[in-house]
Ligand binder design. Structure first.
Ligand code: SR1
Ligand code: MG
Length: 409
């Protein structure tokens, strides 16, 4: 940490100039700090005479940006992120940004600029359609979760990887913000005052809190695969034809369902948010149906890819027919984690743009209430779900109940 200091835009340019081969010696470099995430600095650096000639500098701050210096955070997360990106480039080529270089003391990674891409969350808020996203993410999940599991790696290799990607501080953030704080009157919580009664009910719900505790236990103890660790729709960038997974600084060995649940939960946060975005009932319904279709397709693609790889690489070490019940448990975990992810984004510290961009608190309240209701049902009923279509049906049922209860009140 001795030689660490956080860059400003000018320092980022000077550092870029000092890196041989990154830009032409004649380049006139400019830089903008464009980070809008919770943790890091992101500099875009480009050559004024060749604007397409550009890179991203991602620098970890020694604290969480969203909170400030009162929340110190290890800069080792930059190493974890870079090592994960390099591994993802091998396991799922074409679905992650390229890494061009790094400097550990500065907690700096130099990587591909994806300015032509849009953060998926923003695209979903605008109700855009992405014909390839579900296939790409399903495949990404299938490959990265299979190739880092005991079903592919030798027992020794797997355990070395567990050590390499031990990420205690970032896991603790998730343990607190996803599984703990939303379920009591924690200082970090932040919710729409109109939800006060709903949140009080949440805290009193002993069955729910027990189920969330089980999921937290799974998160903390099940070293199934190397996870991205924070795979929400803000960690995915898209064009009409391309998909890239970014920001794996929360990577660690955990339960597969946590990554899959992050994708599902965030698609459904958008589903709930659409209630407050779209005044045309027909357009809203069509987009919500589209989101449920994406959820199903992500799961189906994951399941197909994972089973295909298990069969392809199977020797007698693991009995192939077990894959079916194995994936059933992964699905139930994914549904439970999706539920937790939805609840935390309504009650906890860090919210999502899908809901936050609804200006009117009364309108937002209805979307937040729906997100909460889906999240709770997912946690409580995950063990009854044996097919992704049942999860979609449950979402539809909860929505209908919510609409009815809004009419009565
Ligand atoms: C203090 S960090 C808050 C959240 O931002 C990240 O994206 C993770 O989701 C984390 O929980
Ligand atoms: Mg992130």
């Amino acid at each position: 940490m001795n030689n660490y200091h956080a860059f400003n835009e000018q320092e980022a340019v000077e550092y870029a100039r000092s890196l041989k081969g990154l830009f032409s010696p004649k380049a006139v470099l400019e830089s903008n700090e464009i980070g809008d995430g919770n943790l890091n600095l992101i500099f875009r650096i480009w050559d004024r005479s060749q604007p397409k000639d550009s890179v991203i500098f991602k620098q970890a701050l020694p604290y969480a940006r969203v909170v400030g210096e009162s929340m110190p955070l290890t800069i080792d997360r930059a190493r974890i992120e870079r090592e994960m990106l390099l591994l993802h480039n091998q396991l799922a080529p074409g679905l992650v940004p390229q890494v061009y270089g790094y400097q550990d003391e500065l907690a700096l990674t130099v990587m591909e600029d994806l300015s032509d891409y849009l953060i998926l969350r923003k695209g979903l808020v605008q109700r855009k359609l992405y014909p390839h996203f579900a296939e790409h993410i399903g495949r990404f999940l299938g490959k990265t979760l299979f190739f880092t599991s005991d079903y592919f790696l030798s027992s020794g290799e797997k355990k070395q990887r567990v050590v390499q990607f031990t990420n205690p501080e970032l896991c603790k953030i998730t343990e607190d913000l996803v599984f703990t704080d939303p379920y009591f009157d924690a200082q970090t919580n932040n919710y729409n005052p109109l939800l006060k009664e709903k949140v009080a009910q949440l805290w009193k719900n002993r069955t729910l809190r027990t189920e969330v505790q089980k999921l937290k236990d799974t998160f903390m103890t099940r070293t199934q695969s190397l996870l991205h660790g924070d795979l929400h729709t803000g960690s995915i960038m898209v064009t009409d034809s391309q998909t890239r997974v970014i920001d794996p600084e929360f990577a660690f060995y955990g339960p597969m369902g946590f990554d899959i649940g992050a994708v599902i939960g965030n698609l459904l946060l958008n589903f709930a948010a659409q209630e407050g975005h779209c005044s045309s009932l027909e357009e809203r319904k069509a987009y919500q149906t589209y989101l449920l279709g994406l959820m199903k397709q992500v799961w189906d693609e994951f399941q197909d890819e994972f089973s295909r790889l298990w069969r392809e690489y199977n020797d007698e070490t693991f009995y192939y027919p077990y894959v079916r019940s194995y994936l059933q448990e992964v699905l139930q975990d994914a549904i439970g984690f999706a539920g937790c992810k939805m609840i935390r984004r309504v009650v906890g510290l860090a919210h999502v743009e899908d809901l936050e961009c609804i200006q009117d608190p009364q309108v937002r309240f209805h979307s937040e209430k729906l997100a909460l209701a889906i999240g709770i049902k997912f946690v409580l009923h995950r063990k009854e779900i044996n097919d992704i279509l049942e999860a979609a049906l449950l979402v539809r049922r909860v929505r209908t109940e919510e609409v009815k209860s809004n009419e009565v009140n």
